[in-house]
Design a protein around this ligand. Sequence first.
Ligand code: ADP
Ligand code: MG
Length: 345
Amino acid sequence: MKRINLLSPRLANQIAAGEVVERPASVVKELLENSIDSGANKVDLEIDQGGVKLIRIRDNGGGITKEDLPLALSRHATSKIIELEDLEAVATLGFRGEALASISSVSRLTLTSRQPGNESAWQVQTEGREMDAVIAPAAHPEGTSVEVRDLFFNTPARRKFLKTEKTEFKHLDEVVKRQALGRFDVAFQLRHNGKVIHQLRQADSEIERERRIASVCGSAFVDNAMKVDMEASASGLRLWGWIGMPTFSRSQADLQYFFVNGRIIRDKVVSHAVRQAYQDVLYHGRHPAYVLYLELDPALVDVNVHPTKHEVRFRESRLVHDFLFRTIHRVIADARPDEQVTAQT
Ligand code: ADP
Ligand code: MG
C-alpha cells in the first residue's frame, strides 16, 4: 500500500498553476488585474520574446508593505476578501490569492514595491523552487513592479505547449486590449521587444474614450458603431457602450467585448441575447461587433465560477437576458430608417 503524503507547497503551487497559468497571456492577465486592483491609474508593460523570456509590469498603485511581500507570494493569501460574505459582492478583479503563488512557482519572479508616502522600496525574489522569499531593500518609485522571467523554465511539459513568439504575443496583446477597454481611467503602455505597441492615455471624456476604442478595435468600428446607454430603474441594470451597425458585421466573432462590472466575461446568456437582437438585420453566419458594459448590483452576479474568472453566473439570468435584448434591439431599430442593410463588410 502506498502511504498518503502532503504535497510540498511548491508542488501544490505548480499544480494550481496548471489552472491559471497556461501561457504568457495568462500571466499578464493576472498581473494586470493586480495592478488595477491596487488602484493604479498608470500601468506599463514590457515584454520580451512573446512574454516567454520576460514580462515586466509596473504600476503606480497602493503597493505592498515590507511585511506583506512574502505573503503576496503565498497561496491562499489575499488582501481582497476575508470571509465568504465578501465574495458575495466582490468588487476587485482578484480574490483567489493564487496568482502570484502560481506564477512564482513556474518562473523566476521578482516583486518590488513601495507604498505611497514610504521612504523605501522592498523586493523579494523567487526562483521556482525557492519559496522562502528573501526581502531586500530596492530602489523603486511609489507602486509595484513584477518581473517574470523564463516562464515554465522548471516545467518542461508546460513549456512544450507554448506556440511561436508571434502567437504568444497575439494572445498577450488581446489580454492587454481587453483590460484597456475595461478601464478607461487607467493609462496603459505595452512594449514588445523594445517597440511600443500601445500607448493609451487616461480617457476621461467621451471623445477620449472613443479614441481609445478606435486605437484598440480600429477606427472603422467607431465610425460604424451606435451608442448604447440604458438604465432600467426597477432592476438597477445599466448597459452602455458601442454596438456595430448591421452593415459592419464580421465573418468571425472577433470583435465582441462584454464587461460585467468592469470584468470581461464570456457568457451564453449574453451572447444569446445579443444574437437575438441582431437576428433580423444580420445575414446568416455574420457576427455583430460590440464593446458593451453591464453594470449591476455585485450581489446579483457570481464571479467565483471558474479559476480564470472568465465566467459568471447571473442570479436573475432571464431578467439580464431580456434587458440586454430589449436595449440592443431598440438601438438597432432606432437606427434603421436611414440604415439600409445592404453592403456587408
Ligand atoms: P489576489 O489578486 O487574488 O488577491 P494574487 O496572488 O494575485 O491574489 O495577489 C496576492 C496579493 O498580493 C493581493 O491580494 C495584493 O494584496 C498583493 N498584490 C499583488 N499585486 C499587487 C500590486 N500590483 N499592487 C499592490 N498589491 C499587490
Ligand atoms: Mg490577483
